[in-house]
Design a protein around this ligand. Structure first.
Ligand code: SF4
Ligand SMILES: [Zn+2]
Ligand SMILES: [Zn+2]
Length: 318
């Protein structure tokens, strides 16, 4: 929660900018920045133990979360010689939205001097989210858009020779995903979500070093650090089923501070239990159509592409 009246920071005499009920403290901008950096580094070390890779890819959308993820990843690896950080952006083809966020992503990569690769869905998949939304009217666009983006990011990270793919997911995002998968009884997907504990053939391990940082704190950090990021909201976002879980997590956190962290810890325990009984939680097969890692004969990205090219029901051929 942000503060409107002057409350002192619990670590210094400066005015606090954030109240953190889950930690029972108030922090000023510099102390908040310090804890964000600490939590980021601790998570990265934990998620990438004994990292010996040469290339780290960061998914950058142009929003605040990925801006913070890129800036902190860049700072983290700057001290290590021979590690290149490369930024990856997927242009899903969403008019009035994605071009603006790509401009912000470009501004940040330019400032940091990081190589920036933009992957176009139109070129790679032969379609865009806008085009699919016009055709698959009954399906929430986030369903296929998210699947396609994940696949394109994985492919781009692999093409860049990346040993890890950093995602900007914050604590709120991950808590919502945990709750969503539990509500759908999708334990397998709970195991497949980032951060990855097991390396899968063809899948660049995804890590989420902002996993311990709530969304509000990521925003305050990005603003205080002067990072270029875009506030635009995707025109399809209101149709996402995630919205229900976002609201639920907010209410739970308000009533019971620390719920978000508890949801993440529950997920970790479940994943460890699954691993201890040898349950495969990854994507062990290859898609028969595109060859990408898949949990079935066809990957979800190809299933959606097929759905898109299927004749529209009720339209008679002339
Ligand atoms: S909000 Fe949904 S449709 Fe928009 S970019 Fe994100 S996943 Fe795609
Ligand atoms: Zn302070
Ligand atoms: Zn496929």
């Amino acid at each position: 929660m942000s503060l409107s009246r002057a409350v002192e920071c619990d670590r210094c005499p400066r005015p606090a900018v954030v109240d953190r009920p889950y930690a029972a403290d108030h922090l000023c901008d510099p102390h908040l920045a310090e804890t964000v950096r600490d939590r980021f580094q601790r998570s990265l070390r934990r998620q990438l133990p004994k990292f010996r890779g040469r290339t780290v890819a960061v998914a950058v959308s142009g929003g605040k979360d990925s801006a913070v993820a890129l800036s902190l990843t860049h700072a983290y690896f700057q001290r290590r010689r021979g590690v290149e950080v490369v930024a990856l952006t997927v242009n899903e083809g969403i008019r009035g939205y994605r071009p603006k966020t790509i401009r912000s992503a470009r501004a940040l990569t330019k400032t940091l001097g990081v190589r920036h690769v933009v992957v176009r869905a139109q070129k790679e998949l032969g379609t865009t989210t806008d085009a699919a939304a016009l055709r698959m009217v009954g399906t929430p666009p986030c369903s296929y858009c998210g699947v396609w983006r994940r696949q394109l990011l994985n492919r781009a990270a692999r093409d860049a020779g990346a040993d890890a793919l950093v995602l900007g997911f914050n604590l709120d995002d991950l808590a919502q995903t945990v709750l969503m998968n539990v509500a759908r009884a999708d334990v397998a997907r709970l195991g497949r979500m980032a951060p990855h504990t097991v390396r899968q053939d063809g899948l660049v391990p995804r890590v989420a070093p902002l996993a311990e940082v709530p969304e509000r704190e990521v925003y305050l950090y990005a603003r205080a650090a002067g990072l270029p990021f875009d506030h635009a909201e995707c025109p399809f976002a209101h149709r996402a089923s995630r919205n229900v879980f976002r609201e639920a997590v907010w209410q739970l956190e308000e009533a019971l501070p620390g719920t978000r962290q508890s949801l993440l810890r529950s997920r970790e325990t479940i994943v460890h239990l699954l691993e201890s009984v040898g349950t495969v939680t990854g994507a062990p097969q290859r898609c028969a159509e595109c060859g990408e890692p898949s949990t079935g004969t066809l990957c979800r990205a190809c299933e959606y592409r097929r759905e898109l090219s299927a004749p529209v029901m009720g339209v008679a051929a002339s």
